[in-house]
Ligand binder design. Sequence first.
Ligand code: ASP
Length: 410
Amino acid sequence: MVKLPSLNAQILIAAILGAFLGWLAHGGEHETALYSANLLGTLFIDLLKMVMIPLVFCAIVNGIANLRRHRQINLVWKTTLLFFATTTIIAIVIGLGASHLFKPGAGLHLEMFADAMQQFEAKQLTLPEFFTQFLHGVFMNPFKALAEGNILAIVAFALLLGIALVMASDRYPQLLALFEEGMGVSMQMINWIMRLAPFGIAALLFKLVATQDASLFATLTKFILVVTGTTLLHGLVVLPALLYLLTRKNPLWFLKQARESLLTAFATSSSSATMPVTMRCATKNMHVKPEIAGFVVPLGATVNMDGTALYEAAAALFVAQLAGIELSLGQQLVICLTTMIAAMGAPGIPSAGMVTMVMVLQSVGLPAEAIAILLPIDRLLDTVRTAVNVEGDMIGSLVVQHMTDAHSSS
Ligand code: ASP
């Protein structure tokens, strides 16, 4: 019997093949192929989303319960938040720095895009409104949250439930066992779904490349290059360097173990849909303990988005350059802050960053309609930034595991 290459290799080959075929098909009439690719790609995303909800819920409750039992909860949540905040700030600084250095908006003016902006009305959302909306979405009826797939609210409820179960010190062993088994069985389903991953990823990349609208590309090439280049710098240099410095783990080993998740994020542009795969990579390939991965990964998928933060900071400066506005240092600090909140509040779905971007622009009085220029190229930029978003979650889980291990052995 012919021996197939490993799943990891199959996914890589499929991604390259899908993108290549999409390139060949670009601009032609290939309705049946596009229809099939769309069907297959959507099916893959739907399957991931299906298992993602029970997995997030069970993983967090279970993670909290186990962590508290081992008295590590404090160290874990503090290290997690510190790591998320530090890497997000580094990403924002890189985004702002690159826009200053390369001035991607130089030579372009807002008026050049008047047509695109005319049909576009940005939904006004001020910072206080955004904050209220964000907070309002955190606590809600858990059944509603589960049914709507509202991850932020699911995470919040699962955290509380996990704490409550452990505080009750072993009074509800069956419930705890239920969540533990729920997590195990969800991981089993993910193993099945991953067999479809090479096909799903090839289909998604085929469709992406074949249907990409090239008209705005020429004008925005510099911006696209600056954003993609700096996002890659963050993902391939900064985050791996942090991983090495903090845990001494080889970055190449990491990238190899993380490949399934990085490619799934690249193809789906959704960190939420990729979450089950990220969890699988962290626990199965990188041997992060389920209780640590169960806490860091779902939380990271909702609040830790380095790629999005970098993008929003760079894009805000780009829009300022288009509008011919020189931003003061104070205004740039405001951008840093709102970008951080915006990246935290952006749900892990395609182009979510575009919605929260409006708030960043408005915080310093930049024209929010300008995102109409960025929308047509967003599907493309969203690929790399989502991959970097999920990369941060996996590195976070490795760092947290390393810190807690070091602490318990000292
Ligand atoms: N698509 C990104 C994600 O799911 C969010 C964004 O639009 O920046 O992580």
